[in-house]
Design a protein around this ligand. Structure first.
Ligand code: CLF
Ligand code: SF4
Length: 297
């Protein structure tokens, strides 16, 4: 997979547990839940729970201030030697909480310059943030792209908040899609590695993700991660589509295989919580609550 990559790219890939299947055995990541607000509504999101950009409306987390997040990151770094990446992925959208997100990155770059920074976004505010992301030396950005067709988008996103007003339906999806694609192009132009996450929603975008894959690959996305919709009753309903189910394992694999014809697929995603800590697949977050972190000092 990595044979033909330029050296600079290979380095960015090899030490990031999400970008390299091998790396995820040796490098840990943690998430800082500093971003409570969101600027769009996804039908699969229930705001009472974690986002979702990494698409696991899972379990409520403590929302941290940037200072608390940095304190927690330093404590985790001291306790888990494999800790290499700090990602911001929720519980809302990191770029809809720009000040908190960038303050966290700034403080962390001062106190722990070796930790790589990663961010995951729905993409709506991405184009206006690309300059600041490159100033903060962010090397990895994930955009959640579920469609490139606004008619499909209208089934996934009931509204977005755009230029101080709420936009609904197809018009909303059109704006979101345009912003995501523009953001992707701008990141690639600056040499930032882009991963695209897509939530597979049976009957809504299952037949469409192959096209998404083809387009994002053509624009220079490095990796595509097709994740299953988690549709459990406790996560809330899929608005307007009662009875929406998640895909079976076979359906997920079929779509991943179809997309793989076009690009490198991520297959080891664990749909982490917005406050996850540790190697992928283990979650040691409970060992590092604010209370416990304070007691460690
Ligand atoms: Fe976190 Fe996401 Fe960065 Fe990884 S997770 S912000 S790219 S550091 Fe990784 Fe978790 Fe899957 Fe995300 S396994 S949900 S892909
Ligand atoms: Fe929820 Fe994330 Fe979608 Fe915002 S982008 S509505 S937090 S799933």
């Amino acid at each position: 997979q990595m044979g033909g990559l330029p050296e600079a790219v290979r380095r960015k890939v090899e030490e990031h547990p999400c970008y390299s299947e091998q790396a995820h055995h040796y490098f840990a990541r943690m998430h800082a839940a500093v971003a409570p607000a969101c600027n769009i509504q996804c039908n699969y999101c229930n705001r009472k729970y974690d986002c979702a950009n990494e698409s696991r409306p899972g379990v409520v987390s403590e929302v941290l201030t940037p200072e608390q997040a940095v304190q927690r990151t330093l404590a985790v770094g001291a306790a888990i030697p494999q800790m290499s990446v700090l990602g911001i992925a929720g519980p809302g959208d990191p770029l809809a909480n720009r000040e908190r997100t960038f303050a966290t990155f700034r403080l962390l770059a001062e106190k722990a310059p070796d930790i790589k920074l990663c961010v995951s976004t729905n993409g709506l505010a991405l184009p206006e943030c690309v300059d600041e992301l490159s100033q903060h030396a962010i090397e990895h950005v994930t955009i959640t792209i579920n469609c490139v067709d606004p008619d499909i988008g209208a089934k996934i996103y009931p509204w977005i908040f755009w230029q101080h007003r709420r936009v609904r339906g197809r018009a909303a999806a059109e704006i979101l899609i345009a912003q995501q694609q523009k953001g992707l192009e701008m990141l690639v132009a600056r040499g930032i590695l882009v991963k695209v996450n897509s939530v597979l929603i049976p009957g809504v975008n299952d037949g469409h993700l192959e096209e998404v894959s083809r387009i994002v690959k053509a624009k220079g996305a490095f990796l595509h991660n097709v994740m299953p919709l988690i549709a459990a009753p406790e996560h809330g309903t899929f608005y307007g589509l009662t009875g929406q189910r998640g895909p079976t394992a076979a359906e997920l694999k079929a779509v991943q295989d179809a997309c793989a014809g076009d690009m490198t697929m991520m297959r080891h995603c664990r749909q982490c919580r917005a406050d996850a800590v540790g190697l992928l697949g283990e979650d040691r977050g409970a060992e590092f609550t604010l209370e416990k972190v304070a007691a460690m000092e």
